[in-house]
Design a protein around this ligand. Sequence first.
Ligand code: 13P
Length: 261
Amino acid sequence: MRRKIVAGNWKMNKTFQEAEDLLAELADSLKEEQEYQDVEVIVCPPYLYVEMAHDLSSDEEDETQVYYSVGVQDVSEHDKGAYTGEVSAAMLSSMDVEYCIVGHSERRKYFGETDAQVARKVEQLLQNEITPIVCCGEQAEEREAGKQFEVIGRQLEDGLFGLKPLDFSRLIIAYEPVWAIGTGKTATPEQAQEIHAWIRNLIQEKYGKEIARVIPILYGGSCNAKTAKDLFAQPDIDGGLIGGASLNAEDFVAIINSFEK
Ligand code: 13P
């Protein structure tokens, strides 16, 4: 059995007060739910809220009762120094951040993030014991041209396949077709499964059967309370990386509870 994971990517949303309200509501709902217990829930708010998110992530009296883990949305490729505005993996680790999204299509598109940078960021994170959640996915035109496998293959090859097997086995991969992100156009379960199985097969060719078997591959792109169930029922889909629907506690909890029982 592979791990089941639901991660919320808040992107650049929520003021401090809104963030606190949402996390308190999320913690409250998860406290009530028994069903989610075997699902790893991760919340990736903006950096500024990491400490607050961490404070609200577990029971005040019993800190072993953790409702969700805290992640972030990006990290510097450098380890420290004169890089104004950047946040290093060591800093994240010192704030108990456990996960970090890397190579999101919005970072690739608006900030020019390359596969070589993805590789360096992943390396920084692994050195600091933070689990990278690495995104890949094709754009609409690339899918129309039948190039989705080529594009994703290159992203994985250039961004990740330089890793040694033990390091690679610590990753979480997220398939996020760019045409599905924030558009309300969720990939069909069949479309997503086809890519997930293909990615797993590529990992198997590179790193062998055992690593391919255990690596979690999440789906992201307009995944919501309605679409999550059929997506998560696919054999190679191990959960979701959720944008818009993670900004509402009720919707996010419904997604967390969408795995087959
Ligand atoms: P949406 O769920 O809003 O489409 O965003 C997906 C995403 O980009 C998560 O990283």
